[in-house]
Ligand binder design. Sequence first.
Ligand code: SAM
Length: 393
Amino acid sequence: MPLTTTSHRILFENASDMRAVADGQVALMVTSPPYPMIEMWDTLFETQNAKIGTHLKQAHGFKAFEAMHALLDPVWREVHRVLAPGGIACINIGDATRTLDGSFTLYPNKVRILQKLIALGFNPLPQIIWRKQTNAPNKFMGSGMMPPGAYVTLEHEHILIVRKGALRTFPSAEAKANRRESAYFWEERNQWFSDVWLDLKGTRQNLAAKGLRQRSAAFPFELAYRLINMFSVKGDTVLDPFCGLGTTLAAAAASGRSSIGFELTHDFEATIKAQFDDITRWANRIITRRIDAHLEFIAQRLAQNKPVKNTNRPYGFPVITRQEAELFISPVAAAEAETDDTVRVQYACPPEQPAFADHFEHPADGPPKVNKPQGRPRKTPAQSRQMQLHFDN
Ligand SMILES: C[S@@+](CC[C@H](N)C(=O)[O-])C[C@H]1O[C@@H](n2cnc3c(N)ncnc32)[C@H](O)[C@@H]1O
């Protein structure tokens, strides 16, 4: 059964109690919590535990650090409960540096959270370093060129990846077929599964103004989109317990996954909901960009006489491996509010005729060839506009 609908629910509640979510309901969690010991989150933590303010005033940095993490710990426990066996949790977290009473210290948020996750029974998997370069001239800390009082600049964050139990299985024929449809391209695998992400950009312009994204400490759309496509299949439910502007919910909708978000403050409610108003336009543009990038990749590979041996059935274009033969990125057809807190998104089915079949020749005795239309030479990616027409129908 091809994917037809997903649902996206936002609850303005404290995620340390997620009773609205059943045990094992979630296949993937993608989140970024407020970062302990980063000043922008002091007030949020202090309003939940007044002792944190006292610790900070008394320059008891590690007491404050521990008390802040003690507020996040119950959320990780709830995440373990709601994840299905084999479910994955991805946590974007940065360490903090801070000077209290003249003493400069690193507060290792990554280590503290990972320890808690392991104590809860999660199985740690290889992690990603998200390199966030800054060219700011004041990025270096400490005593400048005078040893030994200068400090290494923190220009990266971590994406912790942990699993609840053993590898997930897909026993039924239907589950196997859905998994094959949820595949990503070979060249995307090569980029996404690198342990250092240097290339994260592509925040959607219309998601929210840049200032608002900075104030809310939102992560880039592409970060959530990749993780969702890497670690879940279509129709799964993705959870974000610290959902902020709802970037994870948007990325889940664009990927054909359902989502549930928890958020303490109502400040971003209008922004979270508004992103679904024009989802058909922006989600399908993301899909078009992925298809364009694949067509460009294939055109280059064929031009270099490198092997391209397989064909994708729904699109009719060449792919590198057999695992990509059924890959289909479901276009968004419509979205509507179902209740006050839930939006339902509908998807188009795979086309009956492969959308790009006419653009490639598949000679029996050699590699596929790109069919250039007669007359004006066109770049291969332009062919994906044809796909856009399909989305619009
Ligand atoms: C780093 S931001 C998340 C940003 C989000 N990834 C995005 O792209 O917009 C953390 C969010 O968690 C919320 N928050 C903090 N503690 C919470 C809790 N216990 N339950 C629910 N939300 C919480 C904060 O209000 C804040 O919006």
